[in-house]
Design a protein around this ligand. Structure first.
Ligand code: IPD
Ligand code: CA
Ligand code: CA
Length: 263
C-alpha cells in the first residue's frame, strides 16, 4: 500500500506522463518536417512541468517547488520542497526514442524522503520512500545487483557535450573504464540510469555536470534498494555538485578508485 504522500507524487507523475505520451506520438510525425519538432518538444516539456506543479500544489499548497523548466516557488512551509524534472531524456524524446521519464523528489530539511520516476512508454513506475524500500510498479521490491567484480559489471554513464572541461575528462574516464568492465551503456536519461541501478539492470552509474533534478529522485531509489550513491570520490553532496557515482557498495568502491586514477 502506497502512503498518501507517494499517492500524490504518483498522481502528478502519471498525469504528466500521459500528456508526454500523447505528445510523443505527435513528435514521431514531426520528425520528417523541415523544422523538426524542437519547439513542439519545448512546449510538451513545459506542459508536463505545469501539470506536475498544479497537481502537487493542489495537494500540498505550502511546499516549495523547484522545476527544471523554470518554476521556482518558495512556499510558506520552510521544510519541504519538490525537486522536479518533468521530462528527463529530452534529446531522446526529440528523436522519438522512448527512453524518458517524469522525475519527482521531495526534500525534507536537507534530505530526500520520497521519489517517483515514471517512464510512460514502458509503463515503469519507480517509487521510494525513506525507510520503505524502492519499488517497481508497486509490485516488485528493488535490490541493486549483487556482482562483486568490475570485470563482470554492466555500467551506464552520461556523455555531456557542451564543450566544457569536464566533458573531456569524461572521455578519458571512458577510455580507462571500458577495458575494465563487461559493457557500458548510455540511456540519455539520468533518472532512468539511477532507477535501473536500483533495479539491478545496471551494476553502476557515473556522470558529472548534472543538475539537482537529475540526481535527487534516483538518489533515494538507489539507497532504498541497498545501493551506495555519492560523488565519484565517495563524498556526499552529489545532488548539488552534479558529480555522481552509484552502485552496490563493492562495485561503487572499485569504480571510485578507477575513476579517481584518471587525471
Ligand atoms: C539530461 C539527461 C542526460 C544527462 C544530461 C541531462 P534532460 O537531462 O538526464 O542523461 O546526460 O546531463 O541534462 O535535459 O533530458 O532533462
Ligand atoms: Ca534532466
Ligand atoms: Ca528535463
Amino acid at each position: 500500500m502506497r502512503s498518501a504522500l507517494l499517492n500524490i507524487m504518483v498522481q502528478a507523475a502519471t498525469k504528466a506522463g500521459r500528456s508526454l505520451s500523447k505528445d510523443f506520438g505527435e513528435v514521431e510525425n514531426l520528425q520528417v518536417s523541415l523544422k523538426g519538432p524542437a519547439d513542439f518538444v519545448s512546449n510538451a516539456d513545459r506542459r508536463a512541468e505545469q501539470i506536475v506543479f498544479e497537481e502537487l500544489k493542489k495537494a500540498r499548497p505550502t511546499y516549495s517547488f523547484l522545476g527544471e523548466e523554470g518554476t521556482e516557488v518558495k512556499g510558506t512551509d520552510g521544510q519541504h520542497r519538490w525537486i522536479v524534472d518533468p521530462l528527463d531524456g529530452t534529446t531522446n524524446f526529440l528523436h522519438s526514442v522512448p527512453m524518458f521519464a517524469v522525475a519527482i523528489a521531495l526534500e525534507r530539511g536537507d534530505e530526500i524522503v520520497a521519489s517517483v520516476i515514471y517512464n510512460p512508454v514502458m509503463d515503469e513506475l519507480y517509487t521510494a520512500e525513506k525507510g520503505g524500500g524502492a519499488w517497481l510498479n508497486d509490485r516488485k521490491r528493488l535490490r541493486v545487483a549483487n556482482r562483486r567484480h568490475l570485470a563482470d559489471a554492466l555500467l551506464v554513464t552520461g556523455i555531456n557535450s557542451r564543450g566544457r572541461p569536464e566533458d573531456l575528462h569524461q572521455l578519458k574516464q571512458l577510455a580507462h573504464v571500458t577495458p575494465a568492465v563487461a559493457g557500458i551503456r548510455r540511456t540519455g536519461s539520468a533518472s532512468t540510469d539511477l532507477a535501473w541501478v536500483a533495479s539491478g539492470r545496471f551494476d553502476a552509474y557515473w556522470e558529472a555536470g548534472l543538475a539537482p533534478w537529475d540526481v535527487a529522485p534516483g538518489l533515494l531509489l538507489v539507497r532504498e534498494a541497498g545501493g551506495t550513491i555519492s560523488d565519484q570520490a565517495g563524498k556526499p553532496g552529489a545532488i548539488w555538485t552534479g558529480n555522481v557515482l552509484a552502485g552496490n557498495e563493492t562495485i561503487h568502491g572499485q569504480l571510485s578508485k578507477l575513476l579517481q586514477s584518471v587525471k
